[in-house]
Design a protein around this ligand. Structure first.
Ligand SMILES: [Zn+2]
Length: 244
């Protein structure tokens, strides 16, 4: 059984609680909770996994308490969700800047990549390291994600979209599933198809069409294409599709 502790950053939006960054009509603590709850639901579609949240609502909770909850539960993985602020745009992830296990680095690599894949045209600010309390005080592999900038108008517009928050959660969960080799429960396979974005669905359909017509052979949707490969694809498209 893999135990995953999800930590929605900050405390909440009620008086006297730490709401995290606030801008453009958005509050970090509310966004991190929405993403975390989506992740909780999505992760429960997998077998052999137990999921907990450090908070499920507005709640006073120190950084050390969050780490302690994960340590006492014996979590296998800790992931803290945040929204960035302070001028910038895009996504970045963190692990502790002291000693970390090879597994921690491996998990950061795969989860970072899956999130970037899921959130589309968002700037990749890179995989970073920092001395954050939740990363330092947790005894298991731990990462922290900063999901766009609340004080950037373009990023904030994305964060206002429920679909985008779903994509953020989906990327985190795809990454965790890969990192821990989790398998979907059978009845959940169909549901997750619905979580795919319209963009993904169109790419799926386009790939199937091009494959059936002998234009492409492999679904390498996230890899760059050279001009030579583009020439071949256009040539095959003209021969196989246009001349039909
Ligand atoms: Zn934060």
């Amino acid at each position: 059984m893999v135990k995953i502790m999800i930590d929605p950053g900050h405390e909440g939006v009620e008086n006297n609680l730490d709401p995290g960054a606030v801008a453009n009509g958005l509050k970090e603590a509310a966004l991190t909770l929405r993403i975390a709850k989506y992740m909780y639901d999505m992760l429960n579609e997998y077998e052999g996994v137990q999921v907990r949240l450090t908070r499920t609502g507005n709640q006073r909770l120190t950084l050390s308490q969050r780490a302690k909850m994960a340590n006492e539960w014996g979590a296998d993985f800790f992931i803290s969700i945040h929204i960035n602020a302070g001028g910038g745009t895009g996504f970045e992830s963190y692990v502790y800047n002291g000693n970390v296990s090879a597994a921690t680095i491996a998990y950061q690599n795969v989860i970072h990549a899956e999130i970037m894949k899921s959130i589309g045209s968002v700037k990749d600010r890179g995989k970073k390291r920092a001395n954050y309390a939740v990363l330092r005080e947790t005894k298991m592999p731990a990462i922290l994600t900063e999901n766009l900038f609340i004080d950037n108008a373009n990023d904030a517009a994305k964060l206002k979209s429920e679909q985008f928050l779903l994509q953020v959660a989906y990327g985190h969960v795809e990454g965790i599933a890969k990192a821990f080799d989790l398998k979907k429960k059978k009845e959940a396979v169909k549901m997750s198809e619905q979580a795919k974005t319209e963009y993904d669905k169109e790419v799926d359909a386009a790939f199937e069409f091009l494959k059936q017509n002998g234009v492409v052979t492999q679904d390498r949707r996230n890899e760059p294409v050279t001009r030579a490969q583009m020439f071949l694809m256009l040539h095959r498209f003209a021969k196989n599709v246009l001349k039909k």
